[in-house]
Design a protein around this ligand. Sequence first.
Ligand code: FES
Length: 133
Amino acid sequence: MSENQVNADPLKLPSNFGMLEDPDGHARITGPCGDTMEYWLWIKENRITKVSFTTDGCGSSIVSGSMAAQLAEGKNLKEASQLQQEDVLKALGGLPEASRHCALLAANTLKAAVANFNDRMKKESDINAEIEI
Ligand code: FES
């Protein structure tokens, strides 16, 4: 795929598009362009077992969101939290200059969902520590 092509069929959403029930991690971010991306994670034993996303954005945001989800699935939390815009762009074979920010929104939202899981775990351990006192 050349850097000016976007591999998105507007009539067919990727299979990882949509919500997950009872997510372990979740985040929603609206980027400066006004588009919103949202991720849901299932996590087991420090590893992301399932990722889904939605966006109200353009085709580039759909392919970016889907690719970031695919890149994160199966990774441990540390690996997933290191996902960068460039990783998404590289895996996609590039995006047009005007759409590169879609990959940034995807990577940032996915990392925010991992951070959300870590926050939940910390709060849970804080609560358990309080109960033990
Ligand atoms: S144009 Fe904003 S995420 Fe694609």
